[in-house]
Design a protein. Structure first.
Length: 617
């Protein structure tokens, strides 16, 4: 089987799974779950076959789908080192999350719908990874948005899930408007939407690059990867099942925005790159502060995801897309581990999510606790774990390219260690603080085995010497570029010093401030105004609610008035009324009475005489 055939199997296996579940297995939860997991296993296997068959060569397959005038829309695959890296990550992490879901969703009455949604999502995400042109990428981009809407709203009987799914869908559509405008403008500018062709043209004619097309396409990244000001949907998306949070909002979907940036890196001018670097840095620090005012274990991890997406954006903006991809991959390992670990805790504590109602879980759920701790340390960037290599690469780039960004990102690393330490000390140490925690027990093997495997990946995933060159090509190129830059040794020493100090001090301060198994939030008790400020998250939600209720709704009412009164009333119904009146008048000319015709004839003569007299005199 050649590469193209393997990729077709990879792409369409989840679509077939979703179709079969939707048509035949809607009430067969067990069969539906195993079919979806089987499809995920097929994806993982054939992804490996496709990568092995490519042997490091770029494989591009394309065929015409639609042709309208000069516009031709193609569907095709672009399978190079970047796509292969992303594909293998999505395939294997997605498979482990599917397996975990077998245990987590075992008692869910809508299990078939859930696994059908997972399969649709996998189809959509894989389409983004393999797309060779902007239009195909946008089609799958929107399918991912639909999948996210469906999975976030899985618990449709709760108001929180319904509101969160709508919020995620609408906010992403705002970003996608700019994305779509960017696609149209890119076609007008380059005469094609094919990524390879656009890259070649941009390389030959750099004067064609401008901030407008890059800025419009950037809107898609801002929406999907939850950056300012469209970040508000991600924390609320935790209303969906925990495996959804792990798959969509930690490992794959939100990372699709970063992957998209890497795919179109050739379009960005220096000014836009600088903007992206500062945007990511701001989000990284902002999200770190917000996490301290959260008690829900999943929402803490959601803000951690926001922060790490900011690190990826900063790396890309500093001119190192390979390092951004590196952190994307390692982050997928340890953040999927953390979310699934949180899912295991929630499952063991009978769906309790408040960390101040947990405690003592290290003794009751030791395997979950130890794997969670592994992911936590990888996130903090502890030496030797995967996060250390990728995050330090970003910090070194910042030290060499922009000291101000480096300083802020080091501060973000300190915040990360602090709020993650707060989570662990409170939830896993001390004594149980609720009946649910008192009776917590370790999750079954179907849930703990994926945790162990992800823990292993969180340890070794950053060791690039274990990566084949075909997977680490772009990553190794950027790291090698850093190593040969003037001042690298000094920057590396600074990062080792300040980066290590950030997690050591952050974890230590959080331990001594919050204590083991704290029953109340000391920050809220000792600094209530500060805690309240952090809870408000700079009032983004309040500002949007005010805009929607007081500005957008009133503008909509005004436009509705013009539509009903002017368009429908005056122009449409008014013109219809005038035609009706004219018809009534004309009707009087055809009444069938000879006397009436004589009178009309005489009247016409008089009118003609008056007009003629006026013209003559």
């Amino acid at each position: 089987m050649n590469v193209a055939q393997s990729l077709l199997v990879v792409l369409f296996a989840p679509l077939v799974s979703a179709a079969v579940i939707g048509l035949f297995l809607r009430r067969q939860g067990v069969l539906a779950s195993y079919l979806s997991v089987g499809a995920a296993a097929v994806i993982a296997g054939f992804s490996w076959i496709a990568w092995s068959g490519a042997q490091g060569e770029t494989a591009a397959v394309s065929f015409s789908w639609l042709k309208v005038g000069q516009l031709q829309i193609d569907l095709g695959f672009l399978f190079d080192g970047v796509a292969a890296t992303m594909l293998l990550m999505v395939a294997f992490v997605g498979f482990l999350i599917h397996v975990f879901s077998l245990g987590y969703m075992k008692t869910d009455k809508a299990r078939a719908r859930f696994f059908g949604g997972l399969s649709i999502f996998m189809f959509s995400m894989l389409g983004i990874v393999l797309a060779d042109n902007l239009i195909m990428l946008f089609i799958f981009w929107e399918l991912v948005g639909f999948s996210s809407y469906m999975l976030i709203g899985h618990y449709m009987e709760t108001n929180a899930a319904k509101e969160a799914s709508k919020k995620a869908f609408i906010v992403n559509r705002v970003g996608d408007v700019g994305f779509l405008i960017g696609i149209v403008y890119a076609y007008w500018q380059f005469g094609t939407t094919n990524l390879t062709e656009m890259g070649a043209i941009a390389g030959l004619h750099p004067e064609m690059l401008n901030w407008f097309v890059a800025g419009c396409l950037l809107c898609g990244f801002i929406g999907k990867s939850a950056q300012f000001p469209l970040h508000v949907w991600l924390p609320d998306a935790m209303a969906g099942p925990t495996p959804v949070s792990a798959l969509i909002h930690a490992a794959t979907m939100v990372a699709a925005g970063v992957y998209f940036l890497i795919r179109i890196a050739f379009l960005f001018t220096p000014d836009v790159l600088t903007f992206i670097a500062w945007l990511g840095t701001a989000v990284a620090v902002y999200a770190g502060f917000c996490a301290y005012a959260q008690n829900d274990i999943k929402r803490i991890l959601a803000y951690s995801t926001l922060s790490q997406l900011g690190y990826m954006a900063a790396a890309f903006g500093l001119g190192y897309p390979g390092i951004a991809l590196f952190h994307l991959i390692t982050h997928a390992f340890f953040k999927a581990l953390l979310f699934l670990g949180a899912g295991s805790v929630i499952h063991g504590c009978h769906h309790e999510q408040d960390i101040f109602r947990m405690g003592g879980l290290l003794k009751r759920m030791p395997l979950t606790a130890l794997t969670f701790l592994t992911g936590l340390l990888a996130l903090c960037g502890v030496y030797g774990l995967s996060g250390f290599y990728s995050k330090d690469g970003i910090l070194i780039a910042g030290s060499l390219e922009n000291p101000a960004i480096f300083t802020l990102l080091c501060g973000g690393a300190f915040l990360t260690a602090g709020y993650m330490g707060r989570l662990f000390w409170i939830a896993f140490l001390g004594s149980p603080k609720s009946e649910a925690a008192e009776h917590a027990k370790e999750s079954p093997l179907v849930m703990t085995v994926p945790l162990v495997l992800l823990a292993v990946l969180s340890v070794i995933g950053g060791m690039t010497w274990l990566w084949p060159d075909t997977l680490g090509g772009l990553i190794l190129a950027d790291l090698d570029h850093l190593h040969h830059m003037e001042g690298y040794k000094a920057a590396h020493k600074n990062v080792l010093l300040f980066g290590s100090a950030a997690w050591v001090v952050g974890l230590a301060v959080s331990f001594f401030f919050y204590g083991a198994g704290a029953r109340e939030d000391r920050l809220e008790k000792l600094a209530g105004p500060v805690y309240g400020f952090l809870q408000k998250r700079l009032w983004f939600d309040e500002i949007y609610n005010f805009y929607v209720a007081k500005i957008q709704q009133r503008l909509a009412d005004l436009l509705s008035f013009f539509d009903i009164f002017l368009l429908k009333g005056v122009l449409i119904r008014g013109s219809a009324g005038l035609v009706g009146l004219f018809g009534l008048g004309a009707k009087q000319l055809h009444v069938g009475s000879l006397h009436s015709y004589v009178y009309w004839f005489l009247g016409g003569l008089v009118a003609f005489w008056i007009v003629a007299t006026g013209l003559l005199f």
